[in-house]
Design a protein around this ligand. Structure first.
Ligand SMILES: C[S@@+](CC[C@H](N)C(=O)[O-])C[C@H]1O[C@@H](n2cnc3c(N)ncnc32)[C@H](O)[C@@H]1O
Ligand code: SF4
Length: 357
């Protein structure tokens, strides 16, 4: 078949899938006869840094550790690749530690799924920067939370700011050398107590440092345990991290209910499926796709019960992790939709919709 015909076929499949998801989402349907619009697939939950609010950085043993295998990735792409739009290749570890990451990215592009990853960018060398540019990655989110080594390493313990900035320069060098416009490099600056005084400077300097876009984010509480704690507890327990400027603080407003359950999903390196990328711990899995299709978990008993609980307030069971989120209503504090819009739109346009700070 000609490439243009394949492209058209896949395009219509994706469009039809997106229309279906819009329908299931708008009417809060439990059974979803379509694939998620976007999916998180974790290349591995192993990391070289020790960020204090990240379960991986803490060495939390609530999850087995390992790397995603290419065979599993290929199978998942074979099932959902023609339908989904975006693939977030990160969750609980440093993605570039997986030697197959570039193969994942290439296959994702072949399937016309837009690949995005987030990295501390401290493990790359010249050669991997070159491979990265050639892989076809669409967005690279770089976690850079400080403009001096002192402020940066408060959170990114074990990280080297100069190495991060050197790798940004190398990626830009190879983009120019090969005439490739992607990946767009996004500077994700998570505002905490120790770097809040640098916000104005990063706003002025991110382009000079080699980034295409600045994504200012509010620091979340413990990424693993946080979803089970209410706002008052969080504000007290993690006060050492929250900035004093209220504008930069999360957990001050009452969040709304979760909207992720029929739009997206998160797959762990070992095939464990989670209702969203915020849930940490093998005991919370909704199923495993090592020996069954993704669709059978996506519309399996756990997903159906969770959707019923969240959307219809029925069959509330403490067996599922979502019931805790239902009680504490923590999900919307981290607004995935706005995170995404903020990432893809130019800063000036996003600021017209909702000024982050
Ligand atoms: C667990 S990390 C894994 C990816 C990669 N290792 C990294 O740090 O970019 C996933 C995302 O969470 C972000 N993150 C880490 N700690 C955070 C916190 N306390 N609040 C908000 N986002 C955080 C990271 O910057 C990254 O974008
Ligand atoms: S760099 Fe990312 S995965 Fe590693 S400890 Fe920090 S937040 Fe966690």
């Amino acid at each position: 078949m000609k490439p243009t015909i394949i492209f058209k076929k896949v395009f219509y499949k994706k469009l039809w899938n997106a229309i279906n998801i819009a329908y299931y989402h708008s009417f809060n349907k439990e059974y979803v006869n379509a694939y998620p619009l976007y999916i998180f697939m974790d290349p591995g939950n192993v990391c070289n840094l020790k960020c204090p609010l990240c379960p991986t950085g803490q060495g939390d043993r609530g999850m087995k550790r390992g790397f995603l295998k290419y065979s599993l990735f290929k199978r998942v792409m074979g099932e959902i690749g023609d339908y989904s739009l975006f693939l977030f290749l990160y969750n609980w570890g440093e993605p570039f530690l997986n030697k197959d990451l570039f193969r994942f990215i290439k296959l994702s592009r072949k399937k016309l799924v837009i690949p995005i990853t987030s990295s501390n960018l401290t493990t790359l060398d010249r050669n991997s920067c070159k491979q990265l540019v050639r892989s076809g990655l669409w967005y690279l989110i770089v976690s850079l939370d400080g403009l001096t080594q002192e402020t940066y390493q408060k959170y990114r313990i074990g990280g080297d700011l100069n190495k991060v900035l050197k790798n940004v320069r190398l990626i830009n060098y190879y983009k120019t050398r090969y005439g490739i416009k992607r990946p767009k490099i996004i500077c994700q600056f998570i505002v905490n107590k120790y770097n809040e005084h640098e916000v104005d400077t990063i706003k002025k300097q991110y382009i000079r440092l080699g980034f295409d876009k600045l994504l200012l984010s509010r620091v979340r509480s413990d990424l693993g345990k946080g979803v089970f704690e209410d706002n008052t507890t969080k504000l007290k327990k993690y006060r050492d991290w929250f900035p004093s400027n209220k504008e930069y603080k999360l957990y001050l407003k009452n969040p709304k209910n979760c909207k992720y359950l029929n739009v997206s999903s998160a797959i762990n390196f070992d095939g464990g499926v989670f209702p969203c990328c915020l849930i940490y711990g093998d005991n919370h899995t909704f199923g495993n796709i090592s020996n069954q299709s993704f669709f059978s978990v996506w519309n399996g008993p756990n997903y159906l019960t969770a959707r019923r609980m969240i959307f219809k307030r029925k069959d509330i069971t403490s067996d599922l992790v979502c019931s805790n989120c239902l009680k504490n209503k923590t999900f919307e504090e981290f607004n995935g939709f706005h995170f995404f819009l903020n990432m893809i739109l130019p800063n000036k346009i996003y600021d017209l919709i909702r000024k982050p700070f």
